[in-house]
Design a protein around this ligand. Structure first.
Ligand code: GLA
Length: 399
């Protein structure tokens, strides 16, 4: 979306108003550390060049008026208040209400705004378009109220605020959207939120490709996501009730820091079974993979990083059960087309994969995916392949 298109869209939606600020909040691709952020285990994402954009015109009253460049998201209006009634599940106004509630409650915002939204991020693709929207709208309301929140604190609060839409998400997406650094991958730790920026190796390319299956977090995928979280909690409770772990730390993170991933996996094998064992095993193995992947990134160990991607996909498919046939096939097609490793990225149940290639092989990978995946099935119209450029965090510019 060009600045001109954005301004034209704003003028069509809100004839009398003049925007004073422009906000940009990026989506992300998570390289590794999947379905672990809600257990406060570290993750390794980077921001994308694709983002949600908002033009902001502050108002003199408490009304928030919303318009969207996409006709399928119709205009909406509500008044700022510390407690808002959610609209029916799936309505995009809930993302704005989530943002508004936080900015009123925690930062004392009183002025509403006319907000025009445009996004270059595909929705339901595992690229955190929803969190980018919440972050962009929250920053827009802050701009309208002359507030400049501290990014780390704001990210942690926004993660909690976004649960208003009904998904019990972790804090990765808001953290990366607000704290990313261009040219860098971020290692994010939670509670307290900490971001370590690591240069993305110059000759590595992370390629994002869509499986053709839309994973709607606001609809069906939300229940699956929340169910995985609940599985993790019940596995933890079972594990902590075992005699071997009497007196041990009471969180995944505490246990991992105390025992290490390997020993914990061994303890889990003896005390858990079935689904609980599988879910816990993913937490432990993914924690170890994130640590190894970080070391590979710093050392420039391309093959090593690729192997961690493949192992993460296998664990998400077999132990965490968040993959699907199309994601598996797409990851396989990426490996067959020159990727050194590939895995589903984001919550799964559809959406995208991320694959690692040498910069010189990125084009070969793209054409390989076309031949081996998109040309072969109903996914042709969903062809979406992006060579990710590690982007900067959210920005607010005065116009
Ligand atoms: C979604 C959530 C994140 C994270 C991922 C899975 O994107 O919003 O918090 O849990 O799924 O890693």
């Amino acid at each position: 979306m060009t600045p001109d298109e954005l301004h034209d869209g704003f003028a069509r939606a809100f004839a009398a108003a003049r925007p004073t600020h422009r906000v940009r909040a990026p989506g992300r691709v998570n390289l590794i550390g999947e379905h672990v952020d809600y257990n406060e285990l570290p993750v390794l994402p980077m921001a994308l060049q694709l983002a949600v954009h908002v033009l902001v015109a502050p108002r003199d009253d408490a009304t928030v008026r919303l318009a969207n460049a996409q006709p399928r998201y119709g205009p909406r209006e509500f008044a700022l208040a510390p407690t808002l009634e959610p609209s029916p599940a799936g309505d995009w106004v809930n993302y704005a209400k989530a943002a508004a509630q936080l900015v009123v409650r925690d930062y004392g915002a009183t002025r509403g705004a006319d907000l025009f939204v445009a996004s270059d991020l595909p929705p339901a693709a595992g690229l955190a378009s929803s969190s980018a929207l919440v972050v962009a709208l929250a920053l827009a309301l802050c701009a309208a109220n002359a507030l400049a929140p501290q990014p780390l604190e704001f990210a942690a609060r926004l993660a909690a605020a976004e649960r208003f839409v009904g998904t019990n998400s972790g804090g990765m997406d808001q953290a990366i959207a607000l704290n990313a650094r261009a040219g860098h991958v971020c290692r994010i730790e939670f509670a307290p939120l900490r971001v370590e920026t690591l240069p993305a190796p110059a000759n590595w390319r992370f390629v994002v490709a869509h499986s053709g299956v839309e994973a709607h977090k606001a609809a069906g995928a939300r229940e699956h996501y929340n169910a995985r979280r609940a599985d993790c909690e019940s596995a933890l409770a079972q594990l902590l009730s075992s005699a071997e772990l009497r007196g041990a730390p009471r969180s995944y993170r505490g246990l991992l820091e105390h025992f290490g991933a390997e020993r914990l996996a061994w303890i889990a094998e003896r005390n858990l079974s079935g689904r609980s064992l599988a879910r816990a095993r993913h937490q432990f193995s993914e924690f170890a993979r994130v640590a190894r992947a970080r070391r590979c990134l710093v050392a420039g160990d391309f093959e090593g990083f690729g192997a961690e991607l493949d192992a993460s996909h296998a664990s998400l498919r077999d132990d965490f059960e968040v993959s699907c046939a199309q994601l598996d096939a797409l990851a396989e097609a990426a490996r067959a087309s020159g990727a050194v490793g590939a895995r589903l990225t984001g919550a799964g149940f559809g959406g995208c994969i991320v694959a690692l290639v040498q910069a010189s092989d990125a084009e070969r990978l793209k054409s390989g995916l076309r031949e081996r995946f998109y040309a072969r099935g109903p996914s042709r119209e969903h062809e979406f392949v992006l060579v990710a450029e590690p982007g900067a965090g959210a920005q607010v510019s005065a116009l």
